[in-house]
Ligand binder design. Structure first.
Ligand code: SF4
Ligand code: ZN
Length: 471
């Protein structure tokens, strides 16, 4: 694919070898989108053939050559496609390929997706003459047509004008929301198969996204419908069908089919995954997760930080430091990359307690997912506005009687209870024993004969503990 033939009119090389290329700030000519720009997006829309002009590029606002070296600019990319088999269901997947294809360009880096895109162009590539969006458009157009022959016509618009991007940006947000909303109606039990994606293996070789109706991809841009449509039209592409197989663990979300698929697609690197737990065998994380769920041992709770959050999360670590721990295709217990949308899933970390276990998240994220937080927990989940460190978090959780407090050892739960005692529920003040398995002999004495009662994942709350020597 790096054959100069197809890309003879592009001033830099184009090929798979450039896919993992990183461009540091000292090497960059300009940055497009990214954390310094409020508005940025990439959007694919299916059109009727007569609505677009094949091979047309429209640039609204300054082109690359008009930009200042070292500057950052807003960028919206609208890719309009048409073809007999092009349907709306394919829009997300075609959209996600922008990531792959634009990264094939030497000296051009694309990160993230949807409203989070972040491009950098290197000084070297700019000097070689890569100074216009029309080159990006041409590469996209050629690769789309070569790799997804269902696309018969393609028109690309680049918007860098800070005023003109506003309307399209808002429209794009509505479209993303509508896609997510559609998938919310479906449950894992309603379908026979899941879908996988290995597009990110170029960065994270053992990473396999397992996409179910209750778990959107961690990049947030491919849901079950999208992946299904992609696997149908491009069976040799990065998306594939995963037969569900047997439900091995309904709480953690372990399916024999998903285990087999991740084993195969990670070439044995990953043996099994729990779709809905961050412990044991959590889902792998590549690098483009929208947020990170991180375990906070001091409070036995879960924090969430998104990639826009500036500064340190409640555990004292910034997103970037945790992203290094989490990403790369590893399975890291207690650190999992997730999409914001996954927080709306009815199965959101259900094995770990779901929202009952979430103790901290940025206020912007809390606002975005507020309708998914159970009403009784809304005030109990802290944000950076209330709490900035673990000690304050403990105090806050006790004061609010957050459900995690009942998981704490008794002295922790009652020690230094703030004066606002009324706010602490009786449960929080009772001694608690949290244990995974208890086996008790019943009748028959000492387990000889009689029955054994086994309690798994139990939590015992006792008002009084009486120990008596048996006579
Ligand atoms: Fe595919 Fe997952 Fe990467 Fe998204 S994060 S592009 S779904 S592998
Ligand atoms: Zn990824």
């Amino acid at each position: 694919m790096s054959s100069k033939g197809l890309f003879a009119d592009i001033p830099v090389d184009v090929g798979v070898v450039y896919e993992g290329e990183r461009i540091r700030s000292q090497q960059m000519f300009v940055e497009l989108g990214g954390p310094n720009e409020e508005r940025k997006f990439e959007l694919v829309q299916a059109r009727k053939p007569e609505e677009i002009e094949d091979g047309k590029f429209i640039i609204i606002g300054p082109d690359i050559k008009d930009m200042k070296e070292g500057g950052h600019y807003p960028l919206g990319i609208l890719v309009e496609v048409a073809g007999k088999e092009v349907e709306r269901d394919l829009e997300s997947v075609i959209e996600r390929r922008i990531h792959q294809y634009s990264n094939y360009i030497q000296g051009f880096m694309h990160l993230n997706q949807r409203y989070d895109i972040w491009f950098r162009l290197s000084k070297d590539s700019f000097k070689k003459g890569f100074n216009s969006f029309k080159f990006v458009g041409k590469v996209l157009q050629k690769l789309y047509k070569a790799e997804l022959p269902i696309i018969e016509k393609i028109q690309v618009t680049f918007i860098t004008d800070p005023e003109k991007i506003k309307d399209w940006y808002n429209k794009a947000l509505e479209i993303y929301e509508a896609r997510d909303a559609r998938a919310r109606k479906l449950k894992e039990a309603d379908v026979k198969e899941f879908y996988g994606c290995v597009l990110c293996q170029s960065f994270a070789p053992t990473h396999v996204c397992v996409i179910t109706p209750e778990r959107v991809s961690l990049c947030g841009s491919i849901n079950w419908f999208d992946a299904r449509a992609a696997a149908r039209v491009d069976p040799k592409g990065p998306n594939f069908m995963i037969p569900k197989g047997e439900l091995l663990d309904p709480e953690r979300g372990e399916y024999s089919g998903a285990d087999e698929a991740v084993q195969k697609k990670s070439l044995g690197g990953v043996k099994k995954i729990f779709l809905h737990s961050m412990f044991g065998h959590p889902h792998t994380s590549c690098g483009c997760f929208e947020s990170i769920a991180f375990y906070i041992p001091e409070v036995d709770g879960v924090g969430i930080v998104d990639r826009h959050y500036k500064g340190n999360a409640v555990n004292g670590l910034p997103f970037s430091a945790m992203a290094n721990e989490t990403g790369g295709g590893k399975q890291v217990e207690g650190f999992v990359g997730i999409a914001i949308e996954y927080m709306r899933s009815p199965s959101f970390f259900k094995a770990d307690g779901g929202w009952n276990r979430v103790v901290w998240l940025p206020s912007t994220v809390k606002e975005r997912v507020k309708t998914a937080i159970p009403p009784e927990l809304k005030d109990k989940v802290a944000t950076e506005k209330e709490v900035q460190n673990i000690q304050d978090l403990k105090t806050f959780l006790k004061l609010k009687a957050h459900p995690v407090v009942s998981r704490w050892p008794p002295e922790e739960a009652v020690a230094k209870v703030p004066t606002a005692e009324a706010a602490v529920t009786p449960e929080a003040m009772q001694p608690t024993v949290a244990t995974s398995t208890i086996t008790l002999p019943i009748g028959g004495g000492g387990g000889m004969g009689g029955y054994r009662l086994t309690l798994k994942n139990v939590k015992i709350v006792a008002k009084k503990l009486i120990l008596k020597k048996a006579k």
